[in-house]
Design a binder for this molecule. Structure first.
Ligand code: FE2
Length: 235
């Protein structure tokens, strides 16, 4: 293992801000700098890490409201997907842009960039070995909203299907918000208990994501069985 992942829960929306520590170089990447930059810096200092990179899972305010301050404090390179940068329409940054399937080198750690649209057009997940940082694409027993500008439930349906089908069951999921009954999970637990992974029909997924989920569930999210979802959309 060449890396470690550290989580900070910050702000009024239970955001997780992550530090990816590269053990060899003592560099770190901050994922979604927001809410309390001094607290993020304090953790990096405590771990004796240099902040060399900043990764965005997407451009929503609650994930980037510390970005300018973070860039002012550190000589750090910003990374995100090209499609998200277009959607964001920010002009004041000089990021390295990706299309998905690319790799970011952080010392000896390799970070794979996955394009996972649905919450926003350019939402990304970042994968290092067995760890997956999912932003607002996948929460513990939940997923990001698709009713905001740039969101699309059909796209999210396909994204979640791809993640479930392509990633090993033991992959550890590090979500963008602490909305579930635990801080992390693995893909197998999500395949078994995440209601958004129980659909085989994008129309029903749309109905659940856009309308029914909000009426039926509250935080913290607990597992939901495939049978419970089937029952809801029978006939
Ligand atoms: Fe978001």
């Amino acid at each position: 293992m060449s890396h470690r992942i550290h989580a900070l829960e910050l702000g009024p929306m239970q955001n997780f801000i992550y530090l990816i520590e590269d053990l060899a170089s003592r560099r770190c990447a901050v994922v979604d700098p927001a809410w309390d930059v001094p607290a993020i810096d304090e953790l990096a200092r405590k771990l004796e890490l240099t902040v060399s990179d900043i990764l965005l899972t997407h451009s929503h305010h609650d994930h980037i409201n510390g970005l300018s301050e973070m860039l002012a404090r550190h000589d750090a390179q910003l990374h995100l997907l090209k499609s998200e940068y277009r959607f964001w329409e920010a002009t004041e940054y000089s990021p390295t842009l990706y299309t998905g399937g690319d790799t970011i080198e952080l010392g000896e750690s390799r970070i794979e960039v996955l394009h996972t649209p649905g919450h926003t057009p350019g939402s990304a997940c970042y994968r290092l070995g067995n760890d997956l940082l999912t932003g607002d694409t996948l929460f513990v027993y939940g997923c990001g909203r698709c009713d905001l500008r740039g969101g699309d439930p059909e796209t999210m349906y396909n994204t979640l299907k791809n993640l479930r089908d392509r990633l090993p069951a033991g992959t550890i999921v590090h979500p963008g918000h602490n909305y579930g009954d635990s801080k992390t999970t693995n893909m197998q637990q999500q395949a078994e208990g995440n209601p958004f992974m129980h659909f085989d029909n994008s129309e029903h997924f749309r109905q659940y994501r856009m309308h029914d989920h909000g009426k039926l569930r509250s935080q913290p999210y607990h597992p939901v069985s495939p049978e419970a979802i089937k029952k809801l959309y029978r006939g």
